[in-house]
Design a protein around this ligand. Structure first.
Ligand SMILES: Cc1cc2nc3c(=O)[nH]c(=O)nc-3n(C[C@H](O)[C@H](O)[C@H](O)COP(=O)(O)O)c2cc1C
Length: 310
């Protein structure tokens, strides 16, 4: 048994995806939204749509913010409050160059004073329970160790640590020693995140770090959406069960995106193809290619049918 959180993945884990996943696969304790940011002084409509809710949601959603200054932080935290959220996650790990240059995400890690004043803004929002998602540093692991004494003093719900540097983006070696050092010094509940793609890997992380509060899965769950449910129940789904759920999941995504996207067939096709960036990496290469190359929704649907052997 492990507590599993679904990582935020910009472009993938939007509200449609989160809801369909929670309804059909489940096993996830919390789903994080891709980060909400201030752009040209305001919010993006896309972000506003993604955090909107009507009370009928199945997924337990935690909205995430990225900010470089207390003013930006306040604007976004107030938005979350207006939408009735009582939890929020602070992104201190994003390595995207645009964000890093603006001293956001992992771009803030080399600047402990700026990071400190941003983080202390949580004290102005006592009705929101904040967590932090971070990395070991932008270019040196000791950036996060320097921040740890401040983090330990803040009333945070938990920290999620991805043990890479910002300059590595999402590739290259995981720094297990760095994670171990952070784990030793961290007095708050800690979640591990990074490259965990199967039950064996989940077990391995839990055994090595028994004091963890849980594990956050990203690409591993996009690849095998049943992974959290299997981990939590301790029971593997049969190949048929997995396929039945995948068929439902795929149909649900298609229906919901069709209802929301206004750009017609072309936009829907492009959106559906992105699911296959990560889903079922072990599937037959030729059939995957057929899905990704399909030029119409009809050919896409028949390629998916073939891939799922329906
Ligand atoms: C395409 C993509 C988009 C991402 N978007 C976000 C994001 O909005 N917020 C965030 O905190 N992390 C984001 N991440 C990082 C993931 O949440 C996660 O930390 C990373 O993928 C490592 O975990 P994994 O190996 O389990 O995928 C993103 C990663 C990818 C690959």
């Amino acid at each position: 048994m492990a507590v599993i959180h679904f990582a935020p993945l910009q472009g993938y884990t939007d509200s449609v995806y989160r809801e369909a996943h929670a309804r059909i696969f489940g096993g996830v304790d919390a789903y994080y939204t891709p980060f909400v940011r201030i752009e040209k002084g305001g919010f993006r409509n896309k972000d506003l749509r993604d955090i909107a809710r009507d009370g009928s949601e199945r997924a337990h959603v935690v909205p995430q913010l990225i900010a470089s200054t207390p003013d930006e932080f306040r604007l976004i935290a107030r938005l979350f409050q207006e939408h009735g959220y009582r939890e929020a996650d602070i992104n201190l790990g994003c390595p995207f160059p645009m964000q890093v240059r603006a001293h956001r995400g992992s771009g803030l890690l080399p600047y402990p004073e700026e990071a400190g004043s941003l983080l202390r803004t949580i004290e102005e929002f006592p009705d929101i329970s904040f967590s932090v998602k971070t990395r070991l540093g932008w270019e040196r692991a000791d950036e996060s160790f320097a921040l740890l004494s401040l983090l330990n003093k803040l009333p945070l719900k938990h920290i999620t640590l991805h043990p890479r540097l910002g300059i590595q983006q999402y590739k290259g070696a995981i720094d297990w020693e760095g994670f171990a050092r952070f784990y030793e010094g961290c007095e708050l509940p800690l979640y591990y995140n990074g490259d965990v793609a199967g039950l064996e890997a989940i077990r391995g992380v839990k055994e090595r770090f028994p004091g963890l509060a849980g594990i956050m899965l990203g690409r591993g769950l996009l690849a095998s959406p049943w992974l959290a449910a299997e981990c939590v129940s301790g029971q593997l789904l049969t190949a048929d069960e997995r396929r039945d759920k995948l068929v439902l999941f795929h149909a649900s995504l298609m229906d919901e995106y069709a209802a929301r996207l206004e750009g017609g067939e072309h936009q829907l096709l492009a959106k559906m193809k992105t699911i296959w960036d990560y889903l079922l990496p072990e599937a037959d290469k030729r059939l995957r290619k057929k899905v990704l190359k399909s030029a119409s929704l009809t050919s896409y649907q028949s390629a998916v049918k073939e891939l799922l052997s329906l």
